[in-house]
Design a protein around this ligand. Structure first.
Ligand code: HEM
Length: 411
């Protein structure tokens, strides 16, 4: 890859408005060489192929030549990035779960985790999730103006994940502060320290579940087996860590992004207030319009491949722009418009192919319940900031706001 030919940097202007960049790039094709800004942890300064447009992104998501194997990616970083001290390397806890492995390891890990994280397990959680949602909404009622992310969208998925993993209530406060450091920590070191603390805590919790099984997904994961196969301790901690990390920021931003668009399109808020049967479809539309993962996790090319008429050489890094696919005018009419009645099925917000989101059924339950509760409790909710003043978080993968001030009982 020629480092000097990267024409475009994915800088803050891109973070604030990626859609105009996707639209411009898409007129030129589907594969574009871009450069990561210098300050980005791990990949700063590196050239990357950005894939845009629905068909190209969908087929790349399912392309076995594109690897998510973190050990492979780590090796490539090491070759391309002379100064290894700038990046910390990956701990086995982060690198030993399904999202960062290729088949056959991926197949084995996903199968074992799926045995614990079943549709039945999620359905059984519904009453508890409703209870958590109702409690959080009731606590909001004391306030006139809140940051909806901080007061609602952040604690909801954390509490659901604690429920899933069987974290005792009295130990949940730590979990909240680690999660806070992961989302809004001021330095990569702070985020790494929080990730390590979560992993250590999970290791200890797993030991407790081994001694005394409880009725939760983590206990089921500890005993999940397939013929003679079961998860090693590292794989167990790593898989539990994945459920936490994959389920928390995504759901947080699904709630924030959906609320932002409803507040900017109050006619659509009214449509939902009048007809709750539209809610499941509306949630798919929020996910399409402002996808919480704007890009899938990093891939690298195991062998060279063609995207359109561009050849991506073996060993290059690839970013798949889910958010561009979901606003592709060739696939969705008026793609930048929120329309809660639109058939948004087929969007790629949960990915596609072997890494398709394992938690999608849980995410749908959580997000639908959350919007139902907000519509019931705060029918007159309004944005408490000029939309132009809201800032998007500086992240390569995540699409989420820094904060979302709302007035709950606007009159
Ligand atoms: C994978 C999105 C919620 C667990 C993925 C992927 C996407 C995604 C796009 C594929 C990433 C890639 O191919 O690089 C979302 C969104 C969510 C959400 C938008 C919320 C609205 C959840 C929840 C959980 C979860 C609640 C579990 C608690 C997972 C797991 C994978 C995954 C385990 C890895 C699957 C694999 O590698 O085989 N998610 N997710 N997700 N998600 Fe989610």
């Amino acid at each position: 890859m020629d480092h000097d030919s990267a024409p475009l940097e994915l800088d803050d202007a891109f973070v604030q408005d990626p859609y105009s960049v996707y639209a411009k790039l898409s007129t030129e094709g589907s594969a574009h060489l871009v450069r990561m800004p210098a300050g980005v942890p791990l990949v700063g300064g590196l050239p990357v192929w950005l894939i845009t447009g629905y068909e190209a992104v969908r087929s790349a998501l399912a392309d076995p030549r594109l690897s998510t194997d973190l050990n492979r990616i780590d090796g490539l970083f090491a070759q391309k990035e002379a100064d290894r001290s700038k990046r910390g390397g990956f701990s086995s806890v982060i690198a030993s779960h399904m999202m960062h492995t290729d088949p056959p390891d991926h197949t084995r890990l996903r199968k074992l985790v799926s045995k614990a994280f079943t549709g039945r397990a999620i359905q059984a959680l519904r009453p508890e999730i409703q209870k958590i949602t109702d409690e959080l909404v009731a606590a909001l009622a004391d306030h006139d103006e809140v940051d909806l992310l901080d007061a609602f969208a952040f604690p909801l998925p954390i509490r659901v994940i604690c429920l899933l993993l069987g974290v005792p209530v009295e130990e949940q406060a730590n979990f909240k502060s680690w999660s806070k450091a992961l989302v809004s920590g001021t330095s990569p070191e702070e985020a790494t320290a929080a990730a390590t603390a979560v992993a250590e805590y999970l290791g200890e919790l797993i030991e407790r579940k081994r001694r005394a099984t409880t009725d939760d997904v983590l206990s089921a994961l500890v005993s999940a087996h397939d013929v003679d196969d079961r998860l090693t301790t590292t794989e167990l901690i790593s898989s539990a860590y994945l459920l936490f990390i994959a389920g928390f920021e995504t759901t947080l931003n699904a709630l924030g992004n959906g609320t932002l668009h409803l507040m900017r399109n109050l006619d659509q808020w009214e449509v939902l207030r009048e007809d709750r049967t539209l809610l499941p479809g509306a949630v798919e539309e929020f996910l399409r319009l402002e996808s919480p993962l704007k890009h899938a996790t990093f891939r690298c090319a195991k062998e060279s491949l063609n995207v359109g008429d561009v050849e991506i050489p073996a060993g290059d890094f690839v970013l798949l722009a889910i958010a561009s696919a979901n606003r592709d005018p060739q696939r969705f009419d008026d793609p930048h418009v929120l329309d809660v009645r639109r058939p948004a099925a087929g969007h790629l917000a949960f990915g596609h192919g072997i890494h398709h989101c394992l938690g999608a059924p849980l995410a749908r339950v959580e997000v639908q319940m959350a919007f139902g509760a907000l519509l019931d409790a705060f029918p007159a909710m309004r944005l408490a900031a000029d939309p132009e003043d809201l800032r998007w978080r500086n992240s390569t993968i995540i699409r989420g706001l820094d904060s979302l001030p709302v007035r709950l009982n606007h009159r």
